[in-house]
Design a protein around this ligand. Structure first.
Ligand SMILES: NC(=O)c1ccc[n+]([C@@H]2O[C@H](COP(=O)([O-])OP(=O)(O)OC[C@H]3O[C@@H](n4cnc5c(N)ncnc54)[C@H](O)[C@@H]3O)[C@@H](O)[C@H]2O)c1
Ligand SMILES: CC(C)[C@@H](O)CC[C@@H](C)[C@H]1CC[C@H]2[C@@H]3[C@H](O)C=C4C[C@@H](O)CC[C@]4(C)[C@H]3CC[C@]12C
Length: 440
C-alpha cells in the first residue's frame, strides 16, 4: 500500500479521513478547557500554573462533524481501526509505528504525524494497512484536529526532549504542554475516545533536592519538585492528560486516557548513545568515568516501551474503568547500573573502555565545569548554540539514583516485556556498531 503523504499547510489540510474526504477541517472554538489543576504531587517552581494558560481552539468544525457520528468507533470494530501516532518519526515513535504494523491486527490506517517525516516511511508498504504520513506541528491546533479526526486511538509521543538548553523554555512548554492540550482538545472535538500519552520518569524525579528514588513504583511517595523546563513541561502535560480522562467527547461518550512513564530509553536510534560512542572513538577508545558506579539508573529498551504503548492502546478500550486516568512506569529486565556503566554494556563490546573505578574528577570540579558550560551557553547564545552534555541539570540527573520496580502495567493490562535483556542488549550493540562505522 503506497504511503500517502499529506502536508498540513497552514490552515488547510486536505485529508482523507477513514474513507471520508474532509477537505478543509477546522474545529469549534473550545471556549475554556476543564477548570482546576490536578491534585497531583508534582510541583514546578516558577512556571505558570496549569489554569493560567488556556488554549481555546480558534476555529469551528466544518462539514466533517456531521460525518463523525456517535458510535463510529463501534462501527470501526467491523472495519479496521485508525491509529494516530504523533512524533511517529522520533526515536521512540518509529519503534511504536513499526510495532503497530507488526503486532496490531486491528489496524486499518496508521497516521504518522510529525514535524519532520523520516524517509524510512516510504519503506512501509504493507498489505492491508494504509500508512499516512502527515507533516504537521502539534502546536497548531487545526493541524492536530485534522490528523485526529476519525482516529480510534491517539498515541501521543511528540515532544521536545531537551535537557541541554537547545530550545527556549517557552518553546519546550509550547510543544510539550500546549501541544498536548491541542491533542486532548482535538480528541474531544472530533470524538476520538482513547489517548495514550508518553510521559517520563522525570515527572517524578530526580527532584531539585537530589533525593534518590530507589526501586520505586507508581505509588511511592516522593517530593516531585522541578525547576527545569523539560520535567516541568512533562509534568504539566501528564496532568492535562490525566485530568481529561472522563471528559465527554463529540458523540457523547467519555474520553479514556492514560500516561506511560519511561525511564531512560535505550536501543536502536538512541542519539545520545551514538554520541557517546563517537566521543569515545575520538578519544582513542577511552571514556572517563564522571559518576560513581553506586548511582543506580533505571533504563528500558525502546522495543519494550513501544510494545507497552501498543498494548495500552489496545487494552484502554476494554479496561477503561481500570486504566482510565492511570500512570504506568515503563520497565523491563534491563539491569540497574550507573548511567555510564549501563552504556558500557553496549560501548564495551564496540571497543570502548571506561577509565576509572571511581570518578576521575572530584564532584566539586564537575559542578564548576557544568556551571561554566551553562554560563558559556548563555554568553554565546546570541552568536552560536553551545549545548554540551554536561550542564547543572544533566549532572544532577546523572548523579541521582532513580530506579523503578513495579508490575502495575502487568496487573492492569497484561504487559510483559517483549524483548529480554539479552536480546535488547544484542540489538543495541549491533546498532551502535553500525552507527559507529557510518561515522568513520
Ligand atoms: N528518550 C528517552 O529516554 C525518553 C524517556 C522518557 C520519555 N520520553 C518521551 O518520549 C517521547 C519521545 O521521545 P524521543 O526520545 O523519541 O524523542 P525524539 O526527539 O527522538 O522524538 C520526538 C519526535 O517528536 C517530534 N516533534 C517535536 N516537536 C514537534 C511538534 N511541534 N510537532 C510535531 N512533532 C514534533 C520530533 O520531530 C520527533 O520526531 C517524548 O515525549 C519524551 O518526553 C523519552
Ligand atoms: C557528562 C556526564 C555527567 C554524563 O554522565 C551525563 C549523562 C547525561 C547526559 C544523561 C544522564 C541521565 C540522562 C537522562 C535520563 O536517562 C532520563 C531522561 C528522561 C527522558 O525523558 C529524556 C532524556 C533524559 C533526561 C536523559 C538525558 C541524558 C542524561 C541527563
Amino acid at each position: 500500500m503506497p504511503v500517502e503523504h499529506r502536508v498540513a499547510a497552514r490552515g488547510r489540510l486536505r485529508a482523507r479521513v477513514v474513507g471520508v474526504v474532509a477537505g478543509r477541517v477546522s474545529v469549534p472554538g473550545m471556549g475554556q478547557e476543564g477548570e482546576g489543576g490536578a491534585s497531583g504531587r508534582g510541583r514546578c517552581v516558577g512556571w505558570p500554573a496549569l489554569d493560567e494558560r488556556r488554549g481555546p481552539l480558534q476555529a469551528s468544525l466544518g462539514t466533517l462533524g456531521q460525518w463523525l457520528q456517535p458510535g463510529m468507533a463501534d462501527s470501526a470494530q467491523a472495519q479496521k481501526l485508525v491509529y494516530l501516532v504523533t512524533g511517529g518519526c522520533g526515536f521512540l515513535g518509529e519503534h511504536v509505528v513499526r510495532m503497530l504494523l507488526q503486532r496490531e491486527p486491528r489496524l486499518g490506517e496508521l497516521r504518522v504525524f510529525d514535524r519532520h517525516l523520516g524517509p524510512w516511511l516510504e519503506e512501509l508498504k504493507t498489505g492491508p494497512v494504509r500508512v499516512t504520513a502527515i507533516q504537521g506541528d502539534v502546536t497548531e491546533a487545526h493541524e492536530v484536529a485534522a490528523a485526529v479526526a476519525g482516529a480510534h486511538v491517539v498515541i501521543h509521543t511528540a515532544g521536545l526532549v531537551d535537557v541541554f538548553g537547545r530550545a527556549s523554555p517557552e518553546t519546550i512548554h509550547e510543544v510539550n504542554v500546549q501541544g498536548t492540550r491541542n491533542v486532548i482538545e482535538a480528541c474531544v472535538q472530533t470524538g476520538t475516545r482513547f489517548l495514550v500519552y508518553t510521559s517520563s520518569m522525570e515527572v517524578v524525579g530526580p527532584n531539585t533536592k537530589g533525593h534518590p528514588f530507589y526501586r520505586g513504583n507508581e505509588d511511592t511517595l516522593y517530593e516531585a519538585v522541578h525547576r527545569h523546563p523539560y520535567p516541568c513541561s512533562k509534568a504539566l502535560a501528564e496532568r492535562l492528560v490525566l485530568e481529561a480522562n472522563g471528559r465527554e467527547v463529540h458523540g457523547g461518550l467519555p474520553l479514556v486516557t492514560c500516561a506511560l512513564r519511561p525511564t531512560g530509553i535505550y536501543g536502536e536510534g538512541h542519539q545520545i548513545m551514538r554520541d557517546f560512542y563517537r566521543q569515545g572513538l575520538r578519544l582513542g577508545g577511552w571514556l572517563f568515568r564522571a559518576i560513581p558506579a553506586s548511582v543506580e539508573h533505571g533504563r528500558v529498551y525502546v522495543g519494550n516501551v513501544a510494545w507497552m504503548h501498543v498494548l495500552a492502546a489496545r487494552e484502554l478500550e476494554r479496561r477503561a474503568a481500570l486504566m482510565g486516568g492511570q500512570v504506568y512506569f515503563c520497565y523491563d529486565g534491563s539491569p540497574y547500573k550507573s548511567y555510564e556503566d549501563f552504556n558500557m554494556e553496549f560501548l564495551g563490546p564496540c571497543g570502548l573502555q571506561l577509565v576509572g573505578a571511581r570518578p576521575l574528577l572530584p564532584y566539586w570540579l564537575l559542578v564548576f565545569l557544568a556551571a561554566l558550560n551553562a554560563l558559556l551557553q548563555w554568553l554565546l547564545r546570541p552568536l552560536v548554540l553551545y549545548a554540551p552534555l554536561l550542564n547543572p541539570y544533566t549532572l544532577a540527573v546523572a548523579n541521582t539514583t532513580f530506579t523503578v520496580s513495579t508490575d502495575k502495567a502487568q496487573r492492569h493490562f497484561g504487559y510483559e516485556p517483549l524483548f529480554s535483556w539479552e536480546d535488547s542488549r544484542t540489538r543495541t550493540i549491533l546498532w551502535v556498531q553500525a552507527a559507529g562505522s557510518s561515522a568513520q
